[in-house]
Ligand binder design. Structure first.
Ligand code: FRU
Length: 516
């Protein structure tokens, strides 16, 4: 080849490379842009986890290990309605920013992968560990649809899988299931934790209308210990997704047994009830028999806590309700989680009550817009001229316990009203006119919750995202969650108070999107 031809060839080659690189850059930029667009659709939560696409329900297998908070979740990658269940997976280092990961568990010959939990098996009791690596062990329900169709009763069993790479890949145990079904139709959602008294793993299992406790030395062999609750608490629906853990009350260990129930919640449909008492390694004994709810709103369900978080108990719920979860107007994806909440315990009227507060990590994305003290409640308004936009957080304390309401609205006339009714001693969230509701007749409604605190000052924190409000009153003694679907973001705030309430403190902060 002569010199000229060689040169021409070289130039052609370089032009080719230039175009290949240009093409790659365009594709990368387009993908990045698409990714940003993905998390900015109408109704898309900006500070709550939701999957990029398709159906999600319960949070599953939440475990902290080696700097990473794992969130697995009931996931159907084939559509935006409930279907064959997988465990989706997301991770976070701060409980605020989430990264969706590849699917962790796929349905198998034993059935769909229903809800369950995960633990760090520090001492390798299971023997799954290798080369000094302690395994993460997931304990979940296999739901066998063939058995269900055949009219059998024993189609839900408990199985396990383990991971030696901090949750990236999972191996199912060769001898699943580890807990067979004795003939109970609803036999699911194992929550496992290590019990120091029994020196065994304890499985808390929802078994139709009661909880059944099992114990195991190695996560593989399980023995039934006891049953609880057949005649206690709310029974308006099936018992699902339980949790069991102690909380510290001034040095006293108070055991909390969470039992999700669907339907039969205080404002209709699914909700999270709990019991307080003692667990002695074998049996749960309640210390009172009133029905207590962790969240009174219509849209916190299947909530349970992370394992392996030391003294902190961090709770996360699914932000929807089985009454309408499959038909809410977010067709590309369905459902989000609540914000993670730190649980505590208080004694009111000689009764233990569990408190929920948004985790402090959320402060990192809060940017104060206004901080005020001693303002007349009715003087406080925010109009859209201030360019307020969801998500935001409003915290206030009052000088007295009086009626008031806060209206969050937009120029479309959509409004969400949150308030306190002194005569009824109730907080409320009214989403009657908060946006699209035609998908379910009962959706446009007002939800109420009792006030438990007995002091003469109210304290309220509201976290408002594109399509949800979470209310934490009086240090988390009353908690409510509700979703809603406004055409435009709610960017105006007005306070009404017929009795001239004074806001001792008020702080409005915008919350930075976790998806940027
Ligand atoms: C609760 C629940 C669980 C079950 C899962 C199935 O919402 O019904 O009891 O394991 O969802 O997706």
């Amino acid at each position: 080849m002569n010199k000229r031809a060689a040169l021409k060839n070289k130039i052609m080659q370089q032009i080719k490379y230039f175009f290949i690189i240009l093409f790659c850059v365009i594709i990368t930029l387009a993908n990045a842009q698409q990714d940003t667009a993905v998390y900015h659709e109408q109704y898309r939560p900006q500070i709550h986890f939701s999957p990029k696409a398709h159906w999600m329900n319960d949070p599953n297998g939440m475990v902290y290990n080696d700097g990473i908070y794992h969130l697995f979740f009931q996931y159907y990658p084939g559509a935006s309605v409930w279907g064959p269940m997988h465990w989706g997976h997301a991770t976070s280092t701060d409980l605020v920013h989430w990264q969706e990961q590849p699917i962790a568990l796929y349905p198998d010959s034993l059935g769909y992968i229903f809800s369950g939990s995960a633990v760090l098996d520090k001492n390798n009791t299971s023997g799954f560990g290798k080369n000094g690596i302690a395994p993460l062990v997931a304990i979940y329900t296999n739901h066998d649809t063939a058995g269900e169709r055949a009219g059998r009763k024993d189609y839900q069993t408990q199985s396990i899988a383990y991971s030696l790479d901090n949750g990236k890949t999972w191996t199912k145990y060769a001898h699943n299931p580890v807990v067979k079904n004795p003939g109970i139709v609803d036999f699911r959602d194992p929550k496992v934790s290590w019990n120091e008294v029994a020196k065994k793993w304890i499985m808390t299992l929802a078994t139709k209308d009661r909880i059944t406790f099992f114990s195991s030395p190695d996560l593989k062999n399980w023995t039934k210990e006891s049953e609880f609750g057949e005649k206690l608490g709310a029974h308006g629906g099936v018992w699902e997704c339980p949790d069991l853990f102690p909380l510290d009350y001034n040095g006293q260990e108070v055991w909390v047994l969470i039992v999700n129930i669907n339907p039969g919640g205080p404002n209709g449909g699914s909700a999270t009830q709990y019991f307080t008492g003692n667990f002695d390694g074998h049996t749960f004994t309640p210390d009172d028999t009133t029905t207590k709810w962790l969240d009174y709103g219509p849209d916190e369900y299947a909530g349970i806590t992370w394992s392996n978080t030391g003294d902190r108990k961090i709770f996360l719920g699914w932000m929807s309700n089985w009454e309408y979860a499959n038909v809410v107007p977010t067709e590309k994806w369905r459902s989000a989680t609540t914000v993670p909440r730190e649980l505590g315990i208080k004694k009111i009227n000689n009764q233990f009550l569990v408190t929920s507060q948004p985790v402090k990590e959320l402060n990192a994305i809060a940017k104060p817009i206004s901080t005020l003290t001693n303002v007349k409640a009715t003087d406080y308004t925010v109009t859209n001229s201030s360019k307020l936009s969801t998500p935001y957080r409003l915290s206030l304390t009052t000088d007295a316990v009086k009626d008031f309401s806060i209206t969050f609205s937009n120029e479309n006339g959509e409004q969400l009203i949150v308030g306190f009714d002194k005569a009824a001693n109730q907080y409320y969230i009214d989403r009657t006119k908060a946006g699209e509701s035609s998908f379910k007749q009962s959706f446009a409604a007002k939800a109420v919750a009792p006030r438990f605190a007995q002091n003469n000052q109210l304290g309220l924190t509201l976290i408002i995202d594109a399509a949800s409000v979470e209310l934490f009153a009086d240090g988390g003694l009353t908690t409510m969650t509700a979703i809603f679907f406004p055409k435009d973001l709610l960017n105006q705030i007005h306070v009404q108070s017929p009795e001239g309430l004074v806001l001792k403190t008020l702080q409005l902060s915008s919350m930075q999107s976790i998806w940027k």
